[in-house]
Design a protein around this ligand. Structure first.
Ligand code: FES
Length: 186
């Protein structure tokens, strides 16, 4: 019985020793694997190489940016503030016959000037209130017409048929000598 106990004890001591030896070796190998790159990483040549790579990378980026930025500014120019003028000469009196209309520029946007069959001057924004198409004068029906979706406005700028949801913005018209002057209403 004592002999058996001795054998069991000896075996467990032996297995424990082997296990510690294997674990210890594995730990040492892992440490070597982990530590080696770290020490190599901090070595002088490695640090120098990383610095050179960093500087080269920054230089390349700066060169790319210096090419791209001017092209970008050319393609997308800075926003131009809309002309702040409240009045514009929309045409010459002599150029209009009754029952005619003409498009003029009011700042960056189109306007429409009408000389009606009754001899009245009228001016509106020429931007359709539906989807922003430019409207035109129809002398056959004496109305302002939007060709995009067949919308109509009367001679007071009111939306009278088709999809436009609102009237056109109306401007004031003054005759100054030979000029037809259009003014935004306050
Ligand atoms: S944009 Fe004028 S009717 Fe649709």
């Amino acid at each position: 019985m004592q002999g058996l106990l001795f054998v069991v004890y000896y075996e467990s001591w032996l297995l424990d020793g082997i296990s510690r030896a294997i674990t210890g070796k594995a730990k040492t190998e892992m440490k070597a694997l982990v530590m080696e790159p770290e020490s190599a990483k901090n070595s002088e040549p490695q640090r120098g190489r990383r610095l050179v790579n960093l500087l080269l990378g920054s230089g390349v980026l700066a060169s790319i940016a210096s090419f791209i930025y001017p092209a970008f500014r050319y393609i997308i120019p800075p926003p131009v503030p809309e002309a702040s003028s409240q009045t514009v000469v929309a045409g010459k009196v002599a150029d209009f016959k009754r029952n005619t209309g003409a498009i003029f520029k009011f700042g960056e946007k189109p306007g429409i000037l009408l000389y009606t069959a009754q001899g009245e001057w009228k001016a509106f924004s020429a931007i359709c209130t539906h989807l922003n198409c430019t409207v035109q004068y129809r002398d056959d029906v004496h109305q302002i017409w939007c060709a995009c979706h067949n919308g109509f406005y009367d001679l007071r700028g009111r939306n009278v048929s088709g999809p436009p949801p609102r009237p056109l913005e109306e401007y004031a018209v003054h005759i100054q000598g030979e000029d037809v002057v259009v003014q935004r209403k306050a």
